[in-house]
Design a protein around this ligand. Structure first.
Ligand SMILES: [Zn+2]
Ligand SMILES: [Zn+2]
Length: 349
């Protein structure tokens, strides 16, 4: 096996270059993964465009990418859960295992988590990575490696559904038909919900939502959008709402269209981090507001849902780019947010 690998690095804002680095060797509890596909996430684009997200600041050279699948090519000496040649989805966060959050099962809240492509930790726009075997989930034969990379954003959708206690029989509404909104749609579908409305202002995204199984779509730029909500819910309001756009307008709208006693799940981060909300109405309706930070314990069921062929996360992918073309992938995804819902980088076969 070769000694060096190619790594795509962010050299500065809006600039990708390539360097050669030594292929890492797996520790005793790790496996070496030959990366196949990596999804381009909104957070990657944000780092690329602005060099930071909140207090996380990129110090170049920095490696982006955290939604990955690949093939097991080397085993650490303590690993018996996987074998050479297994295709896996990589859960990107390595947690401490000891803090109060880890020991109570809420490991996504671990303050010491080491997460791909969150400065200063490098991501996986590269040919190989060593990763704990416990965070590499084997893909069944009928789950493609592209779907393997998309288990990560799908996991966010499942966690959102779990946080809000979504269940069959409910009328759900999702604000925002970007990748996470559509992944939430798939999670709800696999939980048996059969009345799911997706709201956006871009017609092509609403079209994609319909293709992926939304039972109703509403363009909130249309004059009669409130009447459309009333018609869908027989004037009763929705049982659960997911806000994935991260805007004040859509969060206010979510509060407005919910039934009393229901759940609002906030998934999208707002640009400024602050919002003005009608809290009296939230109290009058006795709404429960749930929030989502990444996910926990979701990969096995997300993979199972894809293997069942009830849902196909690859339906979200609008653009596939080669490994040598990451600069173009990032630039296009930033410039053409209206048409590019999801880009994926193909690193190897
Ligand atoms: Zn992501
Ligand atoms: Zn911890």
């Amino acid at each position: 096996m070769k000694k060096d690998m190619k790594v795509a690095i962010m050299e500065g804002i809006g600039k990708i270059g390539y360097v050669s680095r030594e292929i890492p060797s797996p520790k005793d509890d790790e496996v070496l993964i030959k990366i196949q596909y990596v999804g381009v996430c909104g957070s990657d684009l944000h780092y690329y465009e602005t060099g930071r997200i909140g207090d996380y600041i990129v110090q170049p050279p920095f490696v982006l990418g955290h939604e990955a699948s690949g093939i097991v090519t080397k085993l650490g000496k303590d690993v018996d859960s996987l074998k050479l040649g297994d295709r896996v989805a990589l859960e990107p966060g390595i947690t401490c295992g000891k803090c109060e959050f880890c020991t109570t099962g809420r490991y996504n809240l671990c303050p010491d988590v080491v997460f791909f492509a969150t400065p200063p930790v490098d991501g996986v726009f590269c040919e190989y990575v060593s990763h704990p075997a416990s965070l590499c989930f084997k893909l069944p034969d009928n789950v493609s490696s592209m779907n393997g990379a998309l288990i990560e954003p799908l996991a966010v959708g499942f966690h959102a559904a779990d946080q809000g206690g979504a269940k069959a029989g409910q009328k759900a509404v999702i604000f925002g038909a970007g990748c996470i909104g559509l992944m939430t749609l798939l999670a709800l579908k696999s939980y048996g919900l059969t009345n799911i409305t997706v709201v956006d202002i871009l017609p092509n995204r609403l079209e994609q939502a319909t293709k992926m199984g939304a039972t109703h779509v509403v363009n909130s730029l249309e004059k009669d959008y409130k009447e459309q909500f009333n018609k869908i819910t027989n004037n009763k309001g929705f049982d659960i709402a997911f806000e994935t756009a991260g805007t004040e307008i859509t969060t206010r709208l979510s509060i407005d269209v919910l039934k009393k006693g229901s759940h609002l799940v906030c998934v999208g981060y707002s640009k400024t981090g602050e919002m003005n909300l009608p809290m009296s109405l939230v109290l009058d309706k006795e709404l429960t507001i749930n929030t989502v930070f990444r996910y926990r314990h979701v990969y096995p069921k997300a993979i199972e849902a894809v293997a069942s062929e009830i849902i196909n996360p690859s339906d979200v992918v609008t653009n596939i780019f080669e490994f040598d073309d990451i600069q173009n992938a990032m630039d296009k995804s930033v410039e053409d947010k209206a048409n590019i819902v999801k880009s994926v980088i193909k690193i190897s076969e």
